[in-house]
Design a protein around this ligand. Structure first.
Ligand SMILES: [Zn+2]
Length: 353
């Protein structure tokens, strides 16, 4: 499965940007996709919306791309709708007697499917996190969530989740009363080696749950543990008062425990590509090293961070991060902004703006 490489390099444009800096990032987007951003804003200003389904493997950056797109284009008019977050919220609702009653009232009215109300409640209550909720229930719950809010352009994250759900996605906009709005598949391709490293080096703040990466996305302060000889991240959130970020159990295994799921997600993407009648956007995270010069600028590449102690002080250092893509080629992984530039440009094309 090979996605086209998107060219974000503009001939003659020499300026470099620090893409981690919000101000410079804005300037970068204006230079590389200003015209398209304006077109999208005009489209939204007229009261139009869209539904975009994010399809990519676990940890492929779906949420990151959608949120950055919204931040750059118009955050009040665009929502990243995560099915995972919705289900977690419903878990809380089930525990609260009063809120549970509202949920039951809704389901009585709108749920159609094979489960009795009693079965639904008990499956919500006793569900292990790995178990999926039945599609008919998920659909009813999404409808409820969306009807509660004002109408916005949506990035749906986590649906369709399997081959059975893909057919539902084709009629989904009817179900949530978005019938006239364009719908789009946004397909994301990230090498498994990138996903593997993202998991292995992931660190979480035990207090605020913020997630960073020791190798790819460090915090501004780094600590050193003399006992273990390891460097660690220190949470940037002032409320956490210098909390040491930690590894989650099992993360050191990388993608090994989720291989089966990744395979299934790959089949899902292939299936989506083969469908007619629904426009598709192709997002690609990696660029073969050999082609990089032609397509991208150096500052658009994800660096690898490492640490050294000099005169008792910890220094954060940077070097190019080279990975093997799924075809075994030495490649670079792109930072989110260039991928979002390609998302913005393909979006205007698909919407005929
Ligand atoms: Zn924190």
């Amino acid at each position: 499965m090979e996605f086209p490489i998107f060219k974000t390099k503009i001939k003659g444009l020499k300026k470099k940007f620090n893409l981690n800096d919000p101000k410079e990032r804005r300037e970068y987007f204006n230079l590389k996709a200003g015209k398209e951003i304006k077109k999208l804003r005009d489209f939204l200003k007229k009261g139009n919306t869209f539904i975009a389904y994010l399809l990519g493997k676990k940890n492929s950056g779906k949420g990151t791309y959608a949120k950055m797109f919204a931040e750059i284009v118009w955050s009040e008019k665009i929502e990243h709708f995560s099915i995972g977050d919705m289900v977690r919220e419903i878990d809380k609702e089930i525990e609260d007697k009063k809120r549970q009653k509202e949920l039951i009232e809704f389901l009585k009215k709108y749920y159609r499917g094979r489960l009795s109300l009693k079965e639904i409640i008990s499956s919500l209550k006793n569900r292990s996190t790995k178990e999926l909720l039945p599609t008919d229930l998920i659909l009813a719950l999404i409808k409820r969530e969306i009807s509660k809010k004002e109408k916005k352009a949506l990035f749906i994250d986590g649906f369709p989740r399997d081959l059975d759900q893909i057919n539902f996605s084709l009629f989904f906009r009817d179900l949530i009363d978005y019938r006239e709005d364009p719908d789009i598949f946004v397909l994301i391709n990230v090498p498994e080696s990138v996903i593997d490293e993202r998991i292995k080096w992931r660190r979480i703040c035990p207090l605020c749950q913020t997630s960073r990466n020791l190798k790819l996305l460090p915090t501004s302060k780094i600590g050193y543990d003399k006992k273990t000889g390891e460097f660690y991240l220190i949470c940037d959130n002032p409320r956490c008062q210098g909390a040491r970020m930690v590894k989650k159990e099992g993360d050191e295994l990388g993608i090994r425990p989720i291989k089966k799921r990744l395979k299934m997600e790959e089949r899902l993407i292939k299936e989506a590509i083969s469908l007619y009648g629904i426009p598709k956007i192709f997002l690609r995270n990696s660029v073969p090293q050999k082609l990089a010069k032609k397509y991208i600028d150096d500052y658009e590449i994800t660096p690898e961070y490492y640490y050294e102690i000099k005169d008792g002080k910890i220094e954060i250092k940077e070097r190019p991060w080279i990975i093997l893509d799924d075809q075994g080629r030495k490649s670079y992984s792109l930072l989110p902004p260039p991928v979002v530039v390609s998302l913005i440009k393909q979006f205007t094309k698909v919407l005929n703006l």
